[in-house]
Ligand binder design. Sequence first.
Ligand code: TRP
Length: 396
Amino acid sequence: MGFEEVYVTPWEAEAFVDYDKLIKIFGSKPLTEREVELLKSITGELHLMIRRRVFYSHRDFDRFLEAYKMGVKCALYTGRGPSGHTHLGHILPWIFTKWLQDKMGLEIFFQMTDDEKFWHGEGGSLEDYNRLAYENILDLAALGLDPAKTHVIIDSEDIPFLYPIAVKVAKKITFSIQRAAFGFTDSTNIGMIFYPVLQISVAFLPSDIYGERVEVLIPAGIDQDPYWRIARDIAPSLGYPKPTQIHNKLLPGLGLGGKMSSSKPETAIYTTDPPELAMQKIMKAFTGGQPTAELQKKLGGNPDTCPVFKMFEMLFEDDDKRLEERYHLCRSGALLCGECKAELAKRVAQFLKEHQARRRAAESTINKYLARHKFSIAKSNKSRVANITKSLINSV
Ligand code: TRP
């Protein structure tokens, strides 16, 4: 699969990677007008992340939309490894997923992988990552995901939902497939080696819960793609529809290169950052500007490699015309970085203020998001049994 060529695994990825090259290496498809028009025929309007191709690549997104139009049961699936507080790079796909939920009335299955983060060994205890999973749910609530339609599974606590599926998934995956897809080595702990089975299993859970074939769309960063390639390979033999994907580009950090990442907190904006701190981080950001104001006026800046511009483009400027203006003002040297950063800082601070108030208000409603309070394991097992009975009858 060629990870030597582009450094993108689910655990490490550069931003400003060559996204076209990734499509080729991963074998996904670029999002074209055809899928975009199909989406628009359902949603009526287009989210900025579609218009600007922040979501830019897919697998069978068209098939998912067509199934939806025909009345087939559909669901969304995404997730989070709760390694710390949530930053803007994390919420980017969630904002779009919520938009799809609102426009299409879909349920979201959301996996919190405290086990993955513990196994991956970033130093915390399992209890730490578990606590962070609950912290991160507050962000889902603050973004306005519908609690009646959003079902969170926390791996270390909700494994009975996944295990009956995981057992079957695990049997289909060899170590050599895992190694090729994820770059595992002999010294990778076996928790990590098993982990992909759990991330894949959630893609099949909606079908088990509802006892019918549920088409699942996974909006997620392109770095998560290795899981879905395997999921799609094994789905037919397990009797599930192949999960479909729509991939987003990763939000750059505010430093020189790299995606926004918890390993570089000074270049990441957390949803829990005091607004003043976030403003300071932005004012210190690396930009696509020239070393001095004189040079900037003469030569202009480069918005294409500027994380500040990318923040406007990918999250904070919904108005296409204004974004274009900003682009040209930067290129022409009329807009200086200090001014541009101050504008972004103001918008981000405002967002954080509102988000944090909603986050606090959500503390008492967190239980409404937990799948375990909504579906009984017994019920999902019952539909499994019903399915088995049906297929036995069919095969007689
Ligand atoms: N592995 C993901 C991470 O580290 C978490 C995750 C689990 C996920 N299931 C997912 C992400 C589905 C996207 C879609 O963040």
